[in-house]
Design a protein around this ligand. Structure first.
Ligand SMILES: *Cc1c(COP(=O)(O)O)cnc(C)c1O
Length: 419
């Protein structure tokens, strides 16, 4: 089994050495390897199925947001599942996707780009769609593409702060009046124009999409332009133990209904940019327990590794104990907090994570739904930069809503944390 180091979030994801092709189960792999470093378990079939499901549900063009998980094995699986377009935010992502998929649609969806990135994306990688949220960025794009006649320019609209788990309203996006002006300016110079927004990541409310669509519709109408692209962004949610998403069909129906009310031109394409929803289920993480102290487990991965969102954002992941090569359930489920391996006391994940009460040093824990914003966020802080990666044939380890804890159980963990 190969071990990889993640000093840089994108480049080191290339494989070194032989690739594990056979589809082991997670349990068999743990039993055989007894891994003492964390182990990422990729589920290619799950990724293919999730991509197929999403592409079938969404009536429009699906762009995968590469930042969520740029592992080439993930990208290949998504393409097998029908994804043909990619939302890239950096030149490294653009180069990666172009190297893997000469035919793919690559769209530069970051509203603030460096000049060399625009120039190379345009001149070397065939990128024609660029997002902007200011007239300075519009000028920059025109400069660096030598006033090309075949650009698609998409104006990113700011949304008011919503209820999504991760708010994305504070950094990018033009206010409606400015977006209206920018759309008009783009129309004068671009082959195609469009509008986009992002409701925030892990957005559980279909009405957030309806409000975004309605606001974008008002901007389009005020600008008096016929858009070619209407992009409803990402944010599509997945299940975590404390977060039960509405069915994708409900969100898509809300978007369809809101878009239909705008009576856009028939030639206008509807786009979306899912990240999390396509890849979360496609990868899990196996960690080992290094020590147990009361309700806290010291494990070999943490917030500077694959579990960044379990820290400050307090994400909870579905989990199970692996002992003697199989799922262990001894002692009934209890609530635990986790400490990561680094010396930083912030390297702590309060969860709570539900595990058998007799969990002990040497046991392994599998955490699910880590295909999204997991491995890509790893750093080498404190020297904890080693990880195994394998491909498995298991069904995804996903959360069941009944894992939500009674209050007094989570209070146990919170109490330990406060101490
Ligand atoms: C991060 C991001 C996405 C993906 O968001 P998810 O919540 O993972 O679906 C899509 N579009 C843009 C512009 C983003 O920044």
């Amino acid at each position: 089994m190969n071990i990889e180091c993640f000093r840089n979030p994108v480049v080191p994801l290339r494989r070194r050495g032989a690739r594990t092709r056979s589809r082991l189960s997670v349990d068999a792999a743990v039993h055989a390897a007894q891994p003492t470093e964390p182990m990422l378990c990729l589920r290619p079939e799950t990724l293919v199925a999730e991509a197929e499901r999403f592409c079938a549900a969404f009536r429009g063009t699906v762009l995968y947001a590469v930042k969520c998980n740029p592992d080439p094995a993930v990208l290949h699986a998504l393409v097998r599942g029908g994804v043909r377009h990619f939302d890239c935010a950096s030149l490294t992502e653009v180069r990666l996707v172009r190297r893997l998929f000469p035919e793919a649609g690559i769209h530069f969806m970051h509203p603030v780009k460096s000049r060399p990135a625009i120039r190379e994306a345009f001149a070397c990688h065939g990128v024609r769609t660029y997002v902007l949220d200011s007239s300075a960025e519009l000028d920059k794009i025109l400069d660096e593409t030598d006033y090309a006649r075949d650009l698609g320019l998409v104006v990113r609209l700011a949304l008011p702060k919503g209820e999504a788990r991760l708010d994305l309203s504070g950094k990018f996006g033009a206010a409606p009046a400015e977006a209206t002006r920018l759309l008009g300016a783009a129309r004068a110079v671009a082959a195609r124009v469009g509008v986009s927004f992002h409701v925030g990541s892990q957005c559980l409310t279909p009405t957030a999409y309806e409000r975004g669509v309605a606001l974008a519709g008002r901007v389009v109408r005020a600008a008096g332009v016929a858009p070619d692209i209407f992009d409803v962004g990402g944010g599509f949610p997945v299940a975590y133990p404390d977060s039960v998403p509405p069915p994708l069909a409900d969100i898509v129906a809300a978007i369809d209904g809101a878009v239909a009310r705008l009576a856009l031109p028939e030639t206008c394409a509807v786009w979306c940019e899912p990240g999390r929803a396509l890849v979360a289920a496609g990868q899990s993480l196996v960690v080992q327990v290094l020590a147990r102290r009361g309700r806290f487990l010291y494990i070999n991965d943490g917030i500077y590794g694959t579990l960044a969102d379990a820290g400050a954002l307090n994400f909870r992941y579905p989990c199970r104990l692996i002992r003697n090569g199989r799922s262990a359930t001894g002692g009934g489920l209890e609530a635990f907090g986790l400490f990561g391996p680094t010396c930083d006391s912030a390297d702590r994940m309060d969860g709570p994570f539900l595990l058998p009460g007799d969990v002990a040093e040497g046991d392994w824990i599998e955490l699910g739904q880590l295909g999204a914003y997991g491995a890509v966020l790893r750093t080498g802080f404190n020297g904890f930069d080693q990880i195994h990666r394998i491909e498995v044939g298991d069904p995804p380890l996903i959360a069941t809503p009944d894992e939500t804890l009674p209050d007094e159980r989570s209070a146990v963990v919170k109490g330990v944390c406060a101490a």
